[in-house]
Design a protein around this ligand. Structure first.
Ligand code: SF4
Length: 225
Protein backbone atom coordinates (compact mmCIF):
# COMPACT_ATOMS: atom_id res chain seq x y z
CA UNK A 1 0.00 0.00 0.00
CA UNK A 2 1.34 3.43 -0.91
CA UNK A 3 0.03 6.61 0.70
CA UNK A 4 0.12 9.97 -1.04
CA UNK A 5 1.32 11.92 1.98
CA UNK A 6 0.63 15.26 0.36
CA UNK A 7 -3.08 14.41 0.38
CA UNK A 8 -3.26 12.50 3.69
CA UNK A 9 -4.87 14.56 6.47
CA UNK A 10 -4.06 12.01 9.20
CA UNK A 11 -7.71 11.29 9.95
CA UNK A 12 -6.82 7.67 10.78
CA UNK A 13 -9.90 6.16 9.12
CA UNK A 14 -7.82 3.71 7.07
CA UNK A 15 -6.32 2.30 10.28
CA UNK A 16 -9.79 1.60 11.65
CA UNK A 17 -11.06 -0.38 8.66
CA UNK A 18 -7.99 -2.38 7.63
CA UNK A 19 -8.40 -6.02 8.78
CA UNK A 20 -4.66 -6.67 8.54
CA UNK A 21 -3.39 -3.67 10.52
CA UNK A 22 -1.36 -2.65 7.46
CA UNK A 23 -1.23 0.95 8.60
CA UNK A 24 -1.16 2.63 11.99
CA UNK A 25 -1.23 6.14 13.42
CA UNK A 26 1.62 6.82 15.83
CA UNK A 27 1.50 9.85 18.10
CA UNK A 28 -1.10 12.55 18.56
CA UNK A 29 -1.24 16.23 19.39
CA UNK A 30 -1.65 16.96 23.09
CA UNK A 31 -1.42 20.03 25.30
CA UNK A 32 1.11 20.15 28.11
CA UNK A 33 -1.73 19.76 30.63
CA UNK A 34 -2.95 16.62 28.86
CA UNK A 35 0.55 15.15 28.89
CA UNK A 36 0.87 15.98 32.57
CA UNK A 37 -2.44 14.26 33.32
CA UNK A 38 -0.95 11.08 31.78
CA UNK A 39 2.26 11.51 33.76
CA UNK A 40 0.34 11.92 37.02
CA UNK A 41 -1.17 8.44 36.60
CA UNK A 42 2.27 7.06 37.54
CA UNK A 43 2.97 9.47 40.40
CA UNK A 44 3.11 6.70 43.00
CA UNK A 45 5.68 4.88 40.89
CA UNK A 46 7.86 8.03 40.72
CA UNK A 47 7.63 8.45 44.49
CA UNK A 48 8.80 4.90 45.18
CA UNK A 49 11.40 4.65 42.38
CA UNK A 50 12.79 8.18 42.46
CA UNK A 51 11.98 8.49 38.76
CA UNK A 52 10.30 11.37 36.99
CA UNK A 53 9.43 13.01 33.72
CA UNK A 54 11.91 13.11 30.82
CA UNK A 55 11.22 15.55 27.99
CA UNK A 56 12.71 14.15 24.83
CA UNK A 57 12.11 14.28 21.10
CA UNK A 58 13.17 14.98 18.44
CA UNK A 59 14.61 17.95 20.28
CA UNK A 60 12.77 19.61 23.20
CA UNK A 61 14.39 23.01 22.51
CA UNK A 62 12.64 23.02 19.11
CA UNK A 63 9.33 23.14 21.03
CA UNK A 64 10.68 25.35 23.78
CA UNK A 65 7.38 26.85 25.00
CA UNK A 66 5.72 23.44 25.24
CA UNK A 67 8.74 21.83 26.93
CA UNK A 68 9.04 24.63 29.49
CA UNK A 69 5.31 24.49 30.24
CA UNK A 70 5.65 20.76 30.87
CA UNK A 71 8.65 21.29 33.15
CA UNK A 72 6.70 23.95 35.05
CA UNK A 73 3.75 21.61 35.55
CA UNK A 74 6.09 18.84 36.72
CA UNK A 75 7.76 21.16 39.22
CA UNK A 76 4.38 22.31 40.54
CA UNK A 77 3.37 18.65 40.96
CA UNK A 78 6.59 17.80 42.81
CA UNK A 79 7.82 15.46 40.07
CA UNK A 80 11.50 15.58 39.10
CA UNK A 81 12.25 16.26 35.45
CA UNK A 82 14.98 15.80 32.89
CA UNK A 83 15.64 16.93 29.34
CA UNK A 84 17.31 14.96 26.56
CA UNK A 85 18.92 17.52 24.27
CA UNK A 86 21.42 17.92 21.47
CA UNK A 87 22.29 21.29 23.04
CA UNK A 88 21.73 23.50 20.01
CA UNK A 89 18.76 25.45 21.40
CA UNK A 90 18.83 29.11 22.41
CA UNK A 91 20.54 29.90 25.74
CA UNK A 92 17.25 31.27 27.04
CA UNK A 93 15.71 27.77 26.86
CA UNK A 94 18.48 26.21 28.96
CA UNK A 95 18.38 29.08 31.46
CA UNK A 96 14.66 28.61 32.03
CA UNK A 97 14.91 24.80 32.15
CA UNK A 98 17.71 25.11 34.73
CA UNK A 99 15.59 27.58 36.74
CA UNK A 100 12.91 24.87 36.84
CA UNK A 101 15.43 22.40 38.29
CA UNK A 102 15.62 19.98 35.36
CA UNK A 103 18.43 17.47 34.95
CA UNK A 104 20.07 17.27 31.53
CA UNK A 105 21.00 14.34 29.31
CA UNK A 106 23.25 16.26 26.97
CA UNK A 107 24.67 15.00 23.67
CA UNK A 108 28.24 15.80 22.64
CA UNK A 109 28.93 14.36 19.20
CA UNK A 110 32.24 15.85 18.13
CA UNK A 111 34.61 18.48 19.56
CA UNK A 112 36.34 19.57 16.34
CA UNK A 113 34.07 22.35 14.97
CA UNK A 114 34.93 21.71 11.32
CA UNK A 115 34.25 17.99 11.62
CA UNK A 116 31.09 18.67 13.63
CA UNK A 117 29.77 20.82 10.81
CA UNK A 118 30.64 18.18 8.21
CA UNK A 119 28.96 15.42 10.25
CA UNK A 120 25.84 17.28 11.40
CA UNK A 121 25.50 20.36 9.19
CA UNK A 122 25.72 22.63 12.26
CA UNK A 123 28.43 24.37 14.25
CA UNK A 124 29.10 23.12 17.79
CA UNK A 125 30.01 26.47 19.39
CA UNK A 126 26.50 27.06 20.76
CA UNK A 127 26.26 23.44 21.92
CA UNK A 128 29.48 23.57 23.93
CA UNK A 129 28.69 27.06 25.22
CA UNK A 130 25.27 25.95 26.53
CA UNK A 131 26.89 22.90 28.12
CA UNK A 132 29.53 25.00 29.90
CA UNK A 133 26.78 27.38 31.07
CA UNK A 134 24.90 24.46 32.67
CA UNK A 135 28.14 23.19 34.21
CA UNK A 136 28.87 26.65 35.63
CA UNK A 137 25.44 26.59 37.25
CA UNK A 138 26.21 23.19 38.78
CA UNK A 139 23.26 21.49 37.11
CA UNK A 140 22.83 17.72 37.23
CA UNK A 141 24.33 16.60 33.89
CA UNK A 142 24.83 13.31 32.13
CA UNK A 143 26.97 13.75 29.02
CA UNK A 144 26.02 11.38 26.25
CA UNK A 145 28.38 10.50 23.44
CA UNK A 146 26.49 9.27 20.35
CA UNK A 147 29.13 7.18 18.58
CA UNK A 148 28.78 6.16 14.94
CA UNK A 149 31.36 3.75 13.50
CA UNK A 150 33.42 5.41 10.79
CA UNK A 151 31.92 8.86 11.46
CA UNK A 152 32.96 10.29 14.82
CA UNK A 153 34.98 7.46 16.33
CA UNK A 154 38.47 8.04 14.92
CA UNK A 155 41.38 8.04 17.37
CA UNK A 156 41.61 11.84 16.96
CA UNK A 157 37.87 12.35 17.57
CA UNK A 158 37.92 10.24 20.74
CA UNK A 159 41.12 11.95 21.95
CA UNK A 160 39.40 15.35 21.58
CA UNK A 161 36.27 14.13 23.38
CA UNK A 162 38.40 12.65 26.15
CA UNK A 163 40.34 15.91 26.54
CA UNK A 164 37.05 17.83 26.85
CA UNK A 165 35.73 15.39 29.46
CA UNK A 166 39.03 15.52 31.35
CA UNK A 167 38.97 19.34 31.35
CA UNK A 168 35.45 19.35 32.80
CA UNK A 169 35.80 16.34 35.13
CA UNK A 170 33.63 16.64 38.25
CA UNK A 171 31.30 19.07 36.45
CA UNK A 172 29.05 16.28 35.15
CA UNK A 173 27.63 13.17 36.85
CA UNK A 174 28.97 10.69 34.30
CA UNK A 175 29.54 10.25 30.56
CA UNK A 176 27.85 7.54 28.56
CA UNK A 177 28.51 6.26 25.05
CA UNK A 178 25.34 5.86 22.99
CA UNK A 179 26.31 3.33 20.29
CA UNK A 180 24.72 3.77 16.87
CA UNK A 181 21.76 1.50 16.16
CA UNK A 182 19.74 1.18 12.97
CA UNK A 183 16.23 1.44 14.50
CA UNK A 184 15.60 4.69 12.62
CA UNK A 185 15.74 2.82 9.32
CA UNK A 186 12.45 1.04 10.11
CA UNK A 187 10.82 4.36 11.03
CA UNK A 188 11.91 5.86 7.71
CA UNK A 189 10.39 2.90 5.86
CA UNK A 190 7.09 3.36 7.71
CA UNK A 191 7.08 7.03 6.74
CA UNK A 192 7.80 6.15 3.13
CA UNK A 193 11.04 8.12 3.01
CA UNK A 194 14.56 6.90 2.40
CA UNK A 195 16.73 6.94 5.51
CA UNK A 196 19.16 9.86 5.61
CA UNK A 197 21.87 7.58 7.01
CA UNK A 198 22.19 3.82 6.94
CA UNK A 199 24.81 1.83 8.81
CA UNK A 200 25.03 -1.48 10.64
CA UNK A 201 24.57 -1.48 14.41
CA UNK A 202 27.77 -0.80 16.32
CA UNK A 203 29.47 -4.10 17.19
CA UNK A 204 30.71 -5.23 20.61
CA UNK A 205 34.27 -4.90 19.29
CA UNK A 206 33.65 -1.27 18.34
CA UNK A 207 32.06 -0.52 21.71
CA UNK A 208 35.02 -2.12 23.51
CA UNK A 209 37.51 -0.11 21.44
CA UNK A 210 35.72 3.17 22.25
CA UNK A 211 35.55 2.41 25.96
CA UNK A 212 39.21 1.30 26.04
CA UNK A 213 40.37 4.42 24.22
CA UNK A 214 38.54 6.67 26.69
CA UNK A 215 40.01 4.62 29.54
CA UNK A 216 43.53 5.12 28.10
CA UNK A 217 42.99 8.85 28.65
CA UNK A 218 41.80 8.25 32.20
CA UNK A 219 38.12 8.77 31.34
CA UNK A 220 35.65 6.22 32.63
CA UNK A 221 32.58 6.07 30.37
CA UNK A 222 29.54 3.86 30.58
CA UNK A 223 28.23 2.20 27.42
CA UNK A 224 24.51 2.14 26.75
CA UNK A 225 23.09 -1.11 25.36
S1 SF4 B 1 -5.21 8.68 7.47
FE1 SF4 B 1 -5.75 7.11 5.95
S2 SF4 B 1 -7.92 7.50 5.47
FE2 SF4 B 1 -7.16 9.37 6.52
S3 SF4 B 1 -6.49 10.73 4.83
FE3 SF4 B 1 -4.67 9.54 5.46
S4 SF4 B 1 -4.64 7.75 4.10
FE4 SF4 B 1 -6.72 8.65 3.92
Amino acid sequence: MAIDRKKCVLCGKCTEICLNDANELIGKEMTASQVMAEVMKDKIFYETSGGGLTVTGGEPSCQAAFSLELLTLAKDAGISSAIETCGIGARDFYEKAADLGASFLYDVKCINPVRHRILTGADNAQILSNLCYLMDRGMDLIIRLPMIPGCNDSDADIAALAAFLQEHKCRYRYAQIMPYHALGTGKSEKLGVSAAFVHDNATDAEKNRWQSLFASYGIDVKVSQ
